[in-house]
Design a protein around this ligand. Structure first.
Ligand SMILES: [Zn+2]
Length: 288
């Protein structure tokens, strides 16, 4: 428990210093929104944890990778364009450092996708009927990639939103490389794979708004019509009874989210107009 009190104290001090804008190593300003962020981990540590979480998910026998090229290829196409856009974005330095990888998981019931620190991504086939087209999928992946690049997972570990997370993170950082360095549920949830480990930890409203905003700019820069994001979130809201995916558990109330997207749309459209447009090809039907 001594470690626990020590870390909590550290967080409290760091928050005070962060808001006092002393330019601490633990503080960062989001390059798009100017929001001040408290971060107790380094990008290297986060990338390591992201890779570990990804390995853990991939070895779970319930997570079956799709073998169908009709499902895999559109996801790879969209991912490649979003990654290129990320490398041109204000997150370019980090995007170039990430070891990007995308897996399509065959689960027609799970309307979800995630991107971990370090650039490891997964798309569940259950998102296809919601995304409908590659442009819809670009809105989903743009949103998820921004959670990773904006270090939202690291931020919520640092904020200690789950009591044990900071302790687990410290443990994981120390234990990394040893045999018993498996990440615990709280860390996995903080990183953004909560639905997979049965711990629901939605991103905060600020994180969601940031991911929506920068996500549509990134999708537009990748050549996808950013207006698709509005139709996407409309369809997502209709699914809201499911409740297990990151998308379905989040909160900017639906009306607020749509109003915000509309307000940001002129900026996204200005970017989109300068790019060669990618057709909104339909995604394959699943679960039929
Ligand atoms: Zn989100």
């Amino acid at each position: 428990m001594r470690t626990g009190r020590h870390l909590t104290g550290f967080v409290a001090v760091a928050i005070l210093l962060c808001t006092g804008s002393f330019g601490l190593a633990g503080c960062q300003t989001n390059p798009y929104t100017g929001r001040s962020q408290l971060l107790m981990t380094s990008v290297d540590q986060e990338m390591q944890m992201g890779a570990q979480a990804y390995d853990q998910i991939k070895t779970d026998p319930k997570m079956k990778p799709s073998q169908d090229p009709r499902e895999i290829e559109p996801v790879k196409r969209v991912a490649a364009r979003i990654i290129e856009a990320a490398k041109r974005s204000k997150y370019a330095d980090m995007a170039k450092q990430f070891q990007w990888e995308v897996t399509v998981i065959k689960d027609d019931k799970m309307a979800n996708a995630f991107a971990l620190p370090g650039g490891k991504m997964a798309v569940y086939t259950g998102i296809f009927p919601v995304a409908k087209t590659e442009a819809g999928l670009a809105a989903v992946m743009g949103h998820e990639v921004v959670h990773a690049l904006a270090r939202h997972g690291a931020e919520r570990m640092s904020q200690g939103q789950l009591t044990n997370t900071a302790l687990e993170v410290a443990g994981a950082a120390i234990g990394a490389g040893s045999d018993d360095s498996l990440l615990g549920q709280a860390t996995m949830a903080a990183l953004g794979v909560g639905a997979q480990v049965g711990v629901l930890l939605p991103f905060s409203r600020k994180h969601e708004s940031e991911a929506d905003y920068v996500g549509i700019l990134m999708a537009a820069d990748a050549g996808y019509d950013p207006r698709e994001s509005i139709a996407l979130w409309e369809r997502m809201a209709q699914l809201s009874s499911g409740g297990q995916a990151e998308f379905l558990s989040t909160h900017p109330s639906h009306g607020t989210r749509i109003d915000q997207l509309k307000a940001w749309m002129p900026e996204a459209m200005a970017i989109y107009q300068k790019r060669s447009h990618v057709p909104a090809s339909a995604l394959p039907e699943v679960g039929k």
